[in-house]
Design a protein around this ligand. Structure first.
Ligand code: ATP
Ligand code: MG
Length: 331
């Protein structure tokens, strides 16, 4: 069975973008793949987080994953920081990564521009992500397009490590969903919807109450062309809503365009709001049952045990390949 892995960082409440771009993909693949899903809390620390909020959010993430349809029986679910081998592997990989490669990452360039006092962790973030991916020999990494470059870096690091020290890692591939790969901010539809965004009016959180979901969609920025048509360049707002509607209903974009031909934006937005509310309302109902149940700790204990075992083996193997071990070097 091929292995897939995805992690989301608890920098804010999970968004509709995270759901469509990452979690839902994992749900649809969990029957056919050996699936790993984690909360990337170490990654969240690259930007300062309030400890109480962060701590609460980590648990909420796990419960929300399950509420979104992630089956704890079919997935290895864990909290990244509980696996101490991952940062250790990351350090060994940092020594196999060039400064040029790390500083060329778009996310690093963007986020380091926003704050002149950015942390070293922001630069090494993609290497830690490479460790997340490579320790467990995963084949595919389902991600939104914003993370594709990081998976490619992981692949390059793995290739370099293999050629320097001998076969150690499987080369991972990013896996992008066809529709709704990237969901944009409703107020600023040329910008990706992000959970760390400070202005909540363009971001749908999976925890938003249903009335505010409707309000946010009804107030989404559109254009003056007055046609429900998919054109990311000239009609980014409407295209984004088409993407959301198409991915939540599995109705194709062209069918939706046909369905709303000659109709106003108000009617189209109401349709998108209704299906989003229906979808997220069901998820929220399940979430309420899960968040206070004892199952969460059982799920996490089982997940971390599996994850640590694999990471420990990989770490020892890497150390031996690199010559820093007291064990026999002949492997
Ligand atoms: P942050 O603002 O802290 O970067 P984020 O919302 O971008 O948060 P991440 O934790 O960086 O979320 O990413 C988690 C996963 O969700 C990744 O697979 C990423 O590709 C996907 N993802 C994030 N935002 C979107 C989006 N707007 N559309 C589709 N997928 C997304
Ligand atoms: Mg992100």
């Amino acid at each position: 069975m091929k292995r897939i892995l995805t992690g989301l960082k608890p920098t804010g409440d999970l968004t509709l973008g995270n759901y469509i771009g990452a979690i839902r993909q994992m749900v649809s693949m969990q029957d056919e793949y050996d699936s790993f899903l984690f909360v990337a809390d170490l990654h969240a620390l690259t930007i300062y987080q309030d400890r109480l909020e962060l701590n609460e959010r980590i648990r909420k993430f796990i419960a929300m994953y399950i509420a979104c349809g992630i089956d704890p029986e079919k997935n290895t679910i864990y909290i990244q920081s509980e696996n101490e081998y991952i940062p250790a592997i990351s350090y060994l990989l940092e020594c196999t990564t060039t400064y040029g490669e790390a500083s060329r990452m778009i996310q690093f360039k963007e986020k380091s521009k926003q704050n002149a006092n950015f942390s070293v962790g922001l630069l090494t973030y993609p290497v830690l992500m490479a460790a997340d991916i490579l320790y467990c020999d995963c084949d595919y990494v389902p991600v939104g397009i914003d993370q594709k470059q990081h998976v490619e870096l992981a692949r390059n690091i793995a290739e370099r490590f293999n050629s320097r020290y001998g076969e150690t890692f499987i080369l991972p591939e990013p896996l992008l969903s066809e529709t709704g790969t990237k969901i944009f901010d409703l107020k600023n539809p040329t910008k990706k919807m992000s959970k760390s965004e400070e202005n909540p009016s363009g971001v749908i959180s999976l925890f938003d109450d249903l009335t505010s979901i409707t309000n946010k969609i009804m107030k989404a920025t559109t254009d003056s062309l007055n046609q429900v048509h998919y054109d990311l360049e000239n009609q980014p707002g409407i295209s984004n809503l088409l993407n959301i509607a198409s991915s939540l209903t599995n109705i194709s974009i062209s069918e939706l365009e046909e369905q709303f031909k000659g109709k106003g934006y108000g009617e189209f937005k109401k349709f998108v709001a209704d299906i989003t509310v229906k979808h997220l309302g069901e998820i929220q109902k399940r979430y309420e049952q899960i968040i206070n149940s004892k199952m969460l700790d059982d799920v996490l204990n089982k997940g971390i045990k599996h994850s640590r075992q694999l990471a420990k083996e990989k770490y020892e193997f890497m150390k031996t390949k690199m010559g820093i071990t007291r064990n026999d070097l002949k492997i």
